[in-house]
Design a protein around this ligand. Structure first.
Ligand code: G3P
Length: 223
């Protein structure tokens, strides 16, 4: 699982989100890697019309109907959105909201990627049975210093914590990943995939950067 979080970077404003999603779709098809894109909410339905897997950067536990300004999972699903990041470091929510959202996404058969900042949170939150736990040390986000190189033990300890939960939850990792080597190292440490933002969004050649990451998956025999 290779998730590209577009965040709200200027580089993906307007039609550039479509351009980046098309680059991801082309490389995913070429190398048969599972690439997921997370555009900003206001662009999500446009991007979801493309042949690419789209997740939301966040969802709210708001009701359908008379609620305003929320990202409602049922409506996102209707717009062909397949899942969502939950509790990203840059949009953290309460334990109760997390519990309710994971339950609601599961009932909708939408993929949940529950973001955590340390091994203790990985241990606590894996028990909720999200599809994925994504460990991202906040201090490395956007740093260009990959979690797999700087803090390899946080990945191996999180893999262990997720396994000990005894459910189907799998581990992803992110923060500072900027090269195929960073990806290879993360997969070697036991992660089932990665989340990346600036390493792709801010690169000069999106297709080249996405292809480098995809080849690391392919060479590791993972999709
Ligand atoms: O969601 C992934 C993101 O938080 C990682 O950011 O820029 O370090 O790849 P970055």
């Amino acid at each position: 699982m290779f998730i590209i979080n577009f965040k709200n970077y200027e580089e993906i404003a307007g039609t550039n989100s479509i351009r980046l999603a098309k680059a991801a779709s082309k490389i995913a098809k070429k190398h048969k890697t599972r690439i997921v894109v997370c555009p900003p909410l206001h662009l999500i339905s446009e991007v979801a019309k493309l042949p690419v897997v789209v997740f939301s950067q966040h969802v709210d536990n708001a009701k359908i109907g008379s609620s305003t300004g929320f990202a409602v999972p049922e409506l996102l699903k209707t717009s062909n959105v397949g899942g969502s990041l939950v509790n990203h470091s840059e949009h953290r929510i309460s334990y109760q909201e997390i519990e309710e959202i994971i339950f609601r996404l599961r009932n909708l058969k939408m993929v949940s990627v529950l973001c955590v900042r340390d091994v203790d949170e990985a241990t606590a939150y894996a028990k909720l049975g999200p599809d994925f736990i994504a460990i991202e040390p906040p201090e490395l986000i956007g740093s260009g210093k990959a979690v797999s190189q700087e803090k390899p033990e946080i990945i191996t300890d999180s893999v262990k914590a997720v396994k000990e939960a005894g459910n189907a939850t799998r581990l992803l990792c992110g923060a500072g990943i900027i090269s195929g080597e960073d990806v290879r190292k993360a997969l070697d440490l036991g992660a089932d995939g990665i989340l990346v933002a600036s390493g792709i969004v801010k690169s000069k050649d999106w297709e080249k950067a996405i292809e480098e990451f995809s080849l690391a998956f392919k060479n590791a025999g993972k999709i």
